[in-house]
Design a protein around this ligand. Structure first.
Ligand code: IMP
Ligand code: MG
Length: 191
């Protein structure tokens, strides 16, 4: 895992709208970390013939598509969308599955792949819902972890980078659905 500080002053990717700060993670740094994670997962699951990788949409899609190509053991892939509700009709922080996976994970080794763990409500809730389907094992892999923002206790099994409190975009992460296509990860300085 890598600890990150803001030390790259190159302009981020292809955007020049004035809302982006510095590049926090260059595409080269991300690529190196994703390759290393793919090797780790391949080693850890060397004996598994039933590994399912679940992409948590939408933010993880870029990380997911790069990571799965670095994994050398057989896998199946699935996609899930979670939505958190903070309004009066559902208790604050409640997470629901709004697009479910297509296959049965009973008896399978599962890794949930997410862009960033922030409060950790999304991943902890998805884990408890998916555990009821009796997978053989369930772990989590995140590109980014913001441990200082936790509302529930949680440590991802695999983390590429630990980051601080700033809001970041790019490489799948958005602000109001924008910036997902940035090849680097940059801080958002204006909202
Ligand atoms: P949580 O861990 O349940 O709070 O939610 C994680 C989700 O919050 C991620 O999948 C992102 O969609 C979003 N998120 C948290 N921090 C950031 C950020 O810095 N930039 C973009 N999205 C973020
Ligand atoms: Mg997300």
């Amino acid at each position: 895992m890598n600890n990150i500080s803001n030390n790259d002053s190159r302009p981020p990717g292809s955007y020049s709208d004035g809302n982006l700060g510095e590049v926090l993670l260059s595409k080269e740094a991300i690529r190196t970390a994703v390759e290393a994670l793919g090797k780790r997962i391949s080693d850890d699951y060397a004996g598994s013939r039933c590994l399912t990788l679940i992409c948590v949409l939408k933010g993880a899609v870029v990380f997911f598509s790069d990571l799965i190509r670095e994994i050398t053991v057989p896998v199946t892939i699935e996609f899930i969308t979670a939505k958190s509700y903070g309004n009066s009709s559902v208790s604050a922080g409640e997470v629901q599955i709004v697009k479910d996976i297509d296959t049965d994970i009973k008896g399978r080794d599962v890794i949930l792949i997410e862009d960033i763990s922030d409060t950790a409500r999304t991943l902890t809730s998805l884990i408890s819902k998916l555990k009821k389907r009796e997978p053989n094992s369930i772990k989590t892999a995140v590109l980014l972890d913001k441990p200082s923002r936790r509302e529930v206790s949680f440590v991802p099994d695999y983390t590429c980078f630990q980051v601080g409190n700033e809001f970041i975009v790019g490489y799948g992460l958005d602000f109001a659905e924008k910036y997902r296509n940035l090849p680097d990860i940059a801080t958002l300085i204006a909202y």
